[in-house]
Design a protein around this ligand. Structure first.
Ligand SMILES: [Zn+2]
Length: 463
C-alpha cells in the first residue's frame, strides 16, 4: 500500500507555528506555516530544517491567521521552488497580516534571528503574494498534472467557517481520501457561515482540536451569549459608562462590529459611538469586497457603512478627551498582548467604576488578557510589562463567541466522514486527550493519534 506520510513542523500538541507536511508518492505538500504568538526566537517558527531542500512541491495556506500564515515567508526561504496556493480572500488578507508581521518581528525576536529572516521585506512579501495561485472555495484541482493519472493528487477546497476565505482540504490520491479540517467551525457566526464537509467517507481526518475539552462557556449557545452580552452593554452604557471589548483584528473584530450594529439598529442596545482599530478596519474592507464570497453570510452588510471612530493612538489613550460619553471600543489584541491598544486601554478602564471590559473570545493563560479577564472587583492586579499594580474597579465579564468548532461539532465531523484514522492537531494536550477519548468511545475501532512535532507518521491504516 502506498502510504501518505505526515510530519508536523509545528502545531502538534499545541496551537502555534502550525505547519503540516504530507508526502504522497514522492510529492510534497505543505499545509500552512504559522508563527507562535507567545514564543520568542526560533521556537516561534516552524521547524523548516526538518524538510529536505526542494522537497515542498506545493504549499497551501488554509487561512490568514498569523498562526497559519506568518511563517510562510520563512518557509519559502528554504523552499523557494514551492508553488503557493490560497483562496483570493486569504491572499488579500495576507497582505495586511504579513506586513504587520514584518513590522512586529524585529520587536519580538532577538537580532540574530531577525538577521536570518530574508523574506520579510515588504518587496519580498509583495512578490510572494503576487505569485500565489488563486483557487476558490468549492474548486478541485490536480497538484501534479504531469503525473500519470493513477498518481495524480486531487485537492478540493471546502469552506471551513472560522473566518473569511478559510478552507479545509480534501486530498485524494491513489484511491484514498484524506480530509484536513484547517481551523473550522460548523456553527454559523454573524458574517461567516458554517463549514461544508465532503459528502463521502474518507480514510483519514486530520482535525483541529482547539475546543476538544468540555468548556463551561461553550455549553452556552451563541444566541444565549448574545442576550447576555447585550444586557451587560445596555446596563453599562445606560449608566453612563463605556465598554472595552478586546478583539483580534482578523475575524473577531468584523464579527463584533456587525453584531453590535445589528443590536443598535434593532434597539436592543443603546446607539453609542463605536471605536475600531485601523488594521481591523482594513480587514473589514476585504470582508466588504468579498461580500458574496462563499464564506459570507449577510451579504448586504457593508462594514464600512457602520459609523466608527478610530481607536486613539497610544499617546492619546489616557487623554481625557476620549470616552467622556458612553462608547464601545473594539481594540486589538484579543488577548491584550503587551504594547497593543487593548493592553493600554485596560489600564485606564480598570480604574473606572462604571466602565466594563467584556471578553468575547479565548485568552491564553500566559497572556495579560487572561489575568484581566479572571480579575475580581476590589483586587489589585499587574499584567504584561507593568511595573505598578492597578486597582480593579470596573466590571469584567467573559463571553464566548468561538470561531472554532465546539466539541460536539468536532465529533460531528468524525460522524459524517467516518475515517479509519483521526489525527489530532492544533489543540493543547488536555483538549486532545479529552477529544481523543470521546472519539474512541463514540466510534470504537477508530484509530486516534496525536502526533509530535518533528516525527514522521504513516497515516493509512492496514485495513
Ligand atoms: Zn485561525
Amino acid at each position: 500500500m502506498e502510504q501518505i506520510q505526515f510530519l508536523a513542523l509545528g502545531g502538534a500538541r499545541e496551537i502555534g507555528a502550525n505547519a503540516y507536511f504530507y508526502k504522497m508518492g514522492g510529492y510534497g505538500l505543505l499545509v500552512d506555516a504559522g508563527l507562535h504568538p507567545e514564543k520568542i526566537g526560533w521556537d516561534a517558527f516552524p521547524k523548516a530544517q526538518l524538510l529536505d531542500p526542494y522537497s515542498v512541491n506545493s504549499f497551501i495556506i488554509t487561512h490568514a491567521h498569523t498562526d497559519h500564515l506568518g511563517g510562510v515567508p520563512f518557509l519559502l526561504q528554504s523552499q523557494p521552488q514551492a508553488r503557493v496556493i490560497a483562496t483570493p480572500e486569504t491572499t488579500e488578507i495576507a497582505r495586511i497580516m504579513l506586513s504587520n508581521s514584518s513590522s512586529l518581528l524585529p520587536r519580538q525576536h532577538p537580532q540574530e534571528v531577525i538577521d536570518k529572516l530574508t523574506f520579510y521585506s515588504l518587496e519580498k512579501i509583495d512578490e510572494i503574494l503576487r505569485n500565489i495561485e488563486p483557487r476558490k472555495i468549492n474548486n478541485s484541482f490536480i497538484l501534479n498534472d504531469a503525473a500519470p493519472q493513477d498518481q495524480q493528487i486531487k485537492v478540493t477546497f471546502y469552506k471551513s467557517g472560522h473566518i473569511l476565505g478559510a478552507v479545509g482540504l480534501l486530498i485524494e490520491h491513489n484511491g484514498k481520501r484524506l480530509f484536513h479540517t484547517g481551523d473550522t467551525s460548523l456553527h454559523t457566526q454573524y458574517l461567516i457561515g458554517g463549514a461544508d464537509l465532503p459528502d463521502k467517507q474518507v480514510d483519514v481526518v486530520v482535525s483541529e482540536s482547539t475546543n476538544g475539552k468540555v468548556d463551561a462557556y461553550l455549553s452556552h449557545s451563541r444566541e444565549k451569549e448574545l442576550v447576555r452580552l447585550e444586557a451587560t452593554l445596555t446596563r453599562i452604557l445606560e449608566g453612563g459608562g463605556s465598554v472595552l471589548i478586546p478583539v483580534f483584528a482578523l475575524g473577531k473584530m468584523q464579527e463584533a462590529l456587525a453584531m453590535l450594529w445589528d443590536g443598535m439598529r434593532a434597539k436592543r442596545i443603546p446607539t453609542v459611538d463605536i471605536y475600531t482599530g485601523g488594521m481591523g478596519r482594513r480587514i473589514a474592507d476585504i470582508y466588504d469586497k468579498f461580500a458574496y464570497s462563499d464564506s459570507r453570510l449577510n451579504h448586504q452588510e457593508v462594514l464600512k457603512d457602520i459609523p466608527q471612530f478610530e481607536v486613539p493612538r497610544r499617546e492619546e489613550l489616557f487623554s481625557g478627551k476620549y470616552f467622556k460619553t458612553p462608547s464601545i471600543v473594539l481594540a486589538s489584541s484579543g488577548m491584550m498582548q503587551t504594547g497593543t491598544s487593548s493592553y493600554f486601554l485596560a489600564q485606564r478602564w480598570l480604574r473606572q467604576k462604571n466602565f466594563a471590559i467584556c471578553f468575547i473570545g479565548y485568552t491564553d493563560p500566559r497572556t495579560p488578557g487572561y489575568v484581566v479577564s479572571h480579575a475580581e472587583k476590589g483586587q489589585r492586579i499587574k499584567f504584561g510589562s507593568m511595573k505598578r499594580e492597578v486597582p480593579v474597579r470596573c466590571e469584567i465579564e467573559r463571553f464566548r463567541f468561538s470561531a472554532h468548532a465546539r466539541r460536539e461539532e468536532l465529533l460531528e465531523i468524525i460522524n459524517r466522514l467516518r475515517p479509519k484514522h483521526v489525527v489530532l492537531t492544533h489543540g493543547d494536550i488536555d483538549a486532545m486527550n479529552a477529544f481523543g477519548e470521546l472519539i474512541m468511545e463514540s466510534f470504537p475501532g477508530t484509530k486516534v493519534s496525536a502526533p509530535e512535532n518533528g516525527k514522521w507518521y504513516n497515516l493509512l491504516t492496514e485495513n
